[in-house]
Write a protein of this length. Structure first.
Length: 319
């Protein structure tokens, strides 16, 4: 009998989040437009072994730099000074983008490290409140690449419009379902271009829902869920992947307090079900330290070291 009152409390909690978000999101959207005008980028051919050479990648990076500069000019011309400043920084010749599209809030894949020579490739999939040009997201990718060292590349993948934390989109799978095809396409290109490289998905927060949607049959060695609210699947087996599924959560991560339930709605579901750290989920659990929700990729931290070990194909400490 005790489970019924608990279930009702969880249902009320999630419904309260949904109602609050439905009020808050339109207000936020009015103040901060989701899409700044930007020109359509030139179509780029998929990566192949011949185009994933140093020379081929340099040409691709240059083409995307031109697209970023064009988006900067458009943003400035429409009075979006903050976006123009962000794009100007992204167009620095020292930065390398595998893809870029400034429309609909912006999409991009930044490469940290030497992709042409990489033997291990980590794709970072971000969660809520990650916007185009996010310094926190890039700094985390840079810290991971430095931890991995030579012969490793980290791809900071912003391939979808991430939800706001306090929004209905953050507790429903719609954004993840829309994002999954682009993530699958990227992984497919990487596998075709770098067939011997070890590929790993590192999925933070809502990004773990994206990874779960993309997971079936994906040619990756590992899928790492950290700071995850759940995946929408009842178990790791339900992801239908041959990859090793890892899960970790820091001791002070607020995501631990999110109810791990999945409730049916008229047009979908609310919540993401089983806790990835729960024994019944079946993931391999690793030590994610004692930090908070945004502390997983801090230089010198326990989770950063363990994430790097997983990307390297090694056992993380205290797994």
């Amino acid at each position: 009998m005790a489970s019924r009152p608990r279930s009702r409390r969880l249902r009320r909690t999630l419904l309260a989040v949904l109602v609050t978000a439905s009020v808050a999101v339109p207000t936020a959207g009015a103040a901060h437009p989701a899409a700044v005008p930007a020109p359509a980028p030139a179509a780029l051919r998929p990566l192949t072994p011949s185009s994933a050479t140093a020379a081929g990648l340099d040409a691709r990076y240059a083409a995307n730099r031109d697209a970023i500069r064009a988006a900067e000019r458009t943003a400035a011309g429409h009075g979006y000074r903050k976006r123009a400043t962000t794009l100007r920084a992204m167009a620095d010749p020292a930065r390398h983008f595998l893809s870029f599209d400034g429309r609909d809030g912006g999409r991009g894949v930044e490469v940290l490290g030497d992709l042409a020579r990489a033997e291990r490739i980590a794709v970072l999939v971000p969660g809520s409140d990650t916007a185009l040009g996010s310094e926190r997201f890039r700094n985390g990718a840079l810290a991971l690449q430095r931890q991995l060292g030579e012969r490793a590349a980290v791809l900071a993948w912003l391939g979808y419009r991430t939800p706001a934390t306090a929004s209905a989109a953050a507790v429903t799978p719609g954004r993840a379902e829309a994002a999954a095809p682009a993530l699958r396409d990227l992984v497919g290109e990487l596998k075709a271009a770098k067939p011997t490289a070890r590929l790993t998905l590192l999925c933070h927060s809502y990004g773990s829902v994206v990874c779960a949607e993309a997971a079936p049959g994906l040619p990756v060695a590992g899928i790492v869920l950290y700071g995850s609210p759940g995946t929408g699947a009842d178990s790791a087996a339900d992801l239908h992947t041959a990859a090793t599924v890892w899960a970790g959560r820091a001791a002070r991560d607020w995501i631990a307090h999110v109810p791990h339930v999945r409730l049916p709605l008229l047009l979908g579901e609310l919540g993401f079900g089983t806790d990835p750290l729960a024994p019944e989920f079946g993931a391999r659990v690793f030590d994610a330290g004692d930090g908070g929700h945004s502390d997983y990729l801090v230089p010198g931290s326990v989770p950063l070291e363990n994430l790097a070990r997983i990307v390297d194909g090694q056992e993380p400490a205290d797994a």
